[in-house]
Write a protein that binds this ligand. Structure first.
Ligand SMILES: C[S@@+](CC[C@H](N)C(=O)[O-])C[C@H]1O[C@@H](n2cnc3c(N)ncnc32)[C@H](O)[C@@H]1O
Length: 301
């Protein structure tokens, strides 16, 4: 997406007021709720944008560009769509998706935000009420708890997890597999678990092959740990019949964690990725992490 030209003119700040044209602030899309963008600190109190908010909006739009076709696809297929956003934080993503897409629907479509920090959940609940977004719920749960919670439906169409900390992305994958999600949109955060196992087993691994040099130095252990975690996640998803696309989340220049994984359930053959997953775990001395990447379902195949 090309960044748009900045504009100096403020937009109205009334609650519920929406932008009706792209003339006075081209970054804001038609129909977006101006006061919501202010509450999310994307617009300043006087309705202006600064460099920081412009960048934030650009990032969210970039991600939305990947998510919108998925929403449209599910809607066309089922007539309604459910999306669960894990590690929602302040729920920028959920609110912007709701404002741009769900707000116009009246078909039972729903967004759930899952977040452990109660104050963030309470704030998001307030905002959803303030803007009359009845199709949004926020639950003060961990991702793992939400997988078992009766407050969520048995089936979910789309699962997103944007920089959900550490192993929360792995829990989001488990959640999505259990809920038979058609789509997953994941931007993983750093994951320390795999690196710590690589570190622990370094003594035994290092003599085995020259390739173990890849993670001999501590900084390489951490970086390789992060990278191999995402490689294993992709194989895990493929081993469950998903097609996986990995790309870069541009506009996230301030963050090293800009890998975007989009998984689409296609019922693809599972055996090859499953074997590959096992081989990679063995090759890098991560056999003990089998439980993380081989779920019960997969073991039964
Ligand atoms: C880096 S923030 C990202 C927030 C938001 N997704 C975004 O990109 O703006 C990560 C959020 O995940 C939450 N979190 C971390 N571990 C979690 C878990 N296991 N279950 C649910 N939320 C979690 C944190 O409290 C935090 O708000």
């Amino acid at each position: 997406m090309k960044p748009n030209k900045p504009s100096a003119k403020p937009v109205p700040a009334k609650i519920g007021a929406t932008v009706t044209g792209a003339d006075n602030m081209p970054e804001i899309r038609e129909g977006q709720t101006v006061a919501l963008l202010q509450e999310l600190h994307i617009l300043t109190r006087d309705g202006k944008m600064n460099q920081d908010s412009r960048r934030k909006l650009k990032q969210v739009y970039h991600l939305y560009q990947f998510i919108e076709p998925l929403l449209k696809d599910v809607l066309a297929e089922k007539g309604q769509v459910s999306l669960v956003d894990h590690g929602a934080g302040k729920s920028y993503l959920g609110f912007i998706i709701y404002d741009l897409f769900f707000k116009a629907l009246n078909d039972g479509s729903h967004i759930y935000g899952i977040e452990t920090r109660e104050e963030l959940v309470a704030r998001s609940q307030e905002l959803a009420k303030q803007f009359n977004f009845p199709g949004m719920s926020f639950l003060p749960l961990s991702v793992a708890e939400s997988t078992e919670s009766k407050l969520l439906p048995d089936r979910v169409d789309i699962v997103t997890a944007l920089h959900a900390c550490n192993t929360a992305t792995d829990d989001a994958i488990q959640f999505a597999l259990k809920k038979k999600a058609k789509y997953m949109v994941l931007v993983p955060c750093c994951q320390a678990e795999v690196a710590s196992v690589l570190k622990k087993n370094k003594g035994q691994s290092l003599g085995k092959s020259a390739l173990t040099e890849i993670w001999r130095h501590p900084i390489h252990t951490r970086e390789f740990g992060s990278q191999i975690t995402n490689v294993l996640r992709c194989l895990q998803l493929e081993a469950h019949g998903y097609q996986v696309n990995v790309t870069e989340l541009v506009g996230w220049e301030h963050s090293m964690k800009n890998e975007l994984i989009i998984a689409t359930y296609k019922n693809l053959p599972r055996q090859r990725p499953s074997e590959r997953l096992r081989e990679v775990l063995e090759t890098v001395g991560l056999e003990e992490m089998g439980n993380r990447f081989f779920t019960e379902q997969l073991e039964k195949q």
